[in-house]
Ligand binder design. Structure first.
Ligand code: URA
Length: 209
């Protein structure tokens, strides 16, 4: 970490112990990834399986330093089998570019692997049944930083009901990994004035990642 990043972190009140160093071993665990992917593909644990075109597993660098966690697939993700490929995905790509990150450098997954009808919020039962997959993804990627995109991801990962504006701007810990919260790109499409705050969150992500 260079001196500039370190001084930004200290100014933000982030303690050095909150920065987990990447575990040296990055040997890709292809077998574990393969069987996890297969389990997701075959999953019928909730009713969402009935209407899906396909499951949406996750995408990106399996050894990423930063892992972004969204909510659930929408129409285009369900069609393509990849997270964040619709309009929200385009904005996510632009947000990443703003901090000189490329999609292929990070890992992206969702709380749910199947599309809820009419893009409604995931139910608590769906979240409960689906998140063991996400937990295994996090354990396999072993990121240095988790980024919760939006309310649904933040509420699950932090086990809270606080509003997003209360949650953003701080560094939390999930399974011993630093975690930050920012706006979901779909929210930012509806509320473009909050993009400035999201940009501040991105600076924080850039420093921590
Ligand atoms: N919104 C999400 O939370 N995830 C996606 O994959 C697409 C839109």
């Amino acid at each position: 970490m260079n001196a500039k990043k370190l001084s930004i972190l200290l100014n933000m009140g982030i303690q050095p112990w909150q920065l987990k160093s990447k575990v040296a071993s990055q040997i890709p665990n292809e077998k574990a990834w393969g069987s996890l992917r297969q389990c997701v593909m075959n999953c019928m644990a909730c009713e969402l399986h009935a209407a899906r075109t396909q499951t949406v597993f996750g995408v990106g660098n399996q050894n990423a330093d930063i892992m972004f966690i969204g909510e659930a697939p929408g129409f285009y993700e369900d069609q393509k089998g990849e997270p964040f490929v619709g309009r929200a995905g385009q904005l996510l790509n632009a947000m990443l570019e703003a901090i000189e990150l490329q999609r292929k450098e990070i890992y992206i997954a969702n709380i749910l692997k199947c599309r809820p009808p009419e893009n409604r919020d995931p139910s608590p039962e769906e979240v409960k049944r689906c998140t063991p997959f996400l937990e295994q993804q996090i354990a396999l990627v072993k990121p240095r930083l988790l980024v919760a995109l939006g309310r649904i991801a933040a509420h699950y990962l932090l086990d809270t009901k606080n509003s997003l504006s209360q949650l953003r701007g701080k560094v939390y810990s999930y399974a011993n990994t630093p975690l930050v919260v920012t706006y979901h790109p779909a929210y930012l499409l509806r509320n473009p004035l909050d993009k400035a705050k999201a940009y501040m969150d991105l600076q924080q992500i850039s420093c921590l990642g």
